[in-house]
Design a protein around this ligand. Structure first.
Ligand code: SAM
Length: 217
């Protein structure tokens, strides 16, 4: 199976992602803002502990409407990217309301980043790994642009939680329509890579999502 076929076979396509999130953009914060907020807060808190007041560069892939931006420590130099210009327009509005913060936003595909190798101290993936068409390709790009010894945060829903299995199964065939894969495996998409997972923590209501902290060895 080629790289291009992987996403199509498992649920999302590039056009599908762009189309779906263009549609979500006006209503995304109402639908997914509060319900996924504890996870975003946990991510930002973990990043804050890591920086301990120092100035670190952080790339957020799939920045969406920018819901995590206000939660990061003010000392961070943040770059956010997204493939949906509708979502990004909302993030730009949000960033404009924080003129004292160092935030850059770009329309860019996380699977084809234009940044040089080792550009960032941290890379954050809030709710994007199960959305992107080819997760392995996204991970390869994350590892390239994150400096050696840098930290990667993956925040996502993964399968195997007894409270959510029925919903996972119902939504599974609709991945390209709803804009994410509900049945997404932690071992297959995160643990199998040659990097060092330092923490896995359940977040959100009834452990809907996990925050995974990784050292880019
Ligand atoms: C579920 S939303 C998450 C948005 C935000 N991070 C949050 O916390 O709510 C997924 C976002 O990832 C974006 N996305 C999906 N695949 C992407 C890719 N390969 N590169 C950049 N952005 C991507 C979508 O356009 C969408 O805005």
């Amino acid at each position: 199976m080629t790289m291009g076929q992987e996403g199509a076979a498992k649920g999302t396509s590039r056009n599908g992602v762009v189309r779906t999130y263009q549609r979500y953009a006006p209503v995304y914060d109402g639908m997914f803002g509060a319900v996924l907020e504890p996870g975003r807060r946990a991510l930002a808190q973990a990043a804050s502990v890591l920086c301990n007041g120092s100035r670190l560069s952080l790339l957020e892939i799939g920045v969406g409407t920018g819901l995590t931006l206000p939660l990061y420590p003010p000392s961070f130099e943040i770059t956010g990217i997204d493939v949906s210009d509708g979502m990004l327009a909302k993030a730009r509005e949000r960033a404009r309301r924080m003129p004292d913060r160092d935030i850059e936003l770009h329309l860019m595909d996380g699977e084809n980043l234009t940044f040089p190798d080792h550009s960032f101290d941290c890379v954050a993936l809030p709710y994007v790994l199960s959305v992107t068409p080819e997760p392995a390709r996204l991970v390869a790009e994350v590892r390239r642009v994150c400096r050696p010894g840098g930290v990667v945060f993956v925040l996502n829903h993964f399968n195997g939680n007894r409270f959510w299995w029925a919903l996972e199964r119902m939504v599974r065939p609709l991945a390209d329509r709803v804009g994410f894969r509900s049945d997404f495996d932690l071992a297959e998409h995160v643990l199998r890579h040659d990097w060092t997972v330092t923490a896995v923590r359940e977040v959100n209501f009834l452990g809907l999502s996990k925050l995974v902290t990784i050292r880019n060895a």
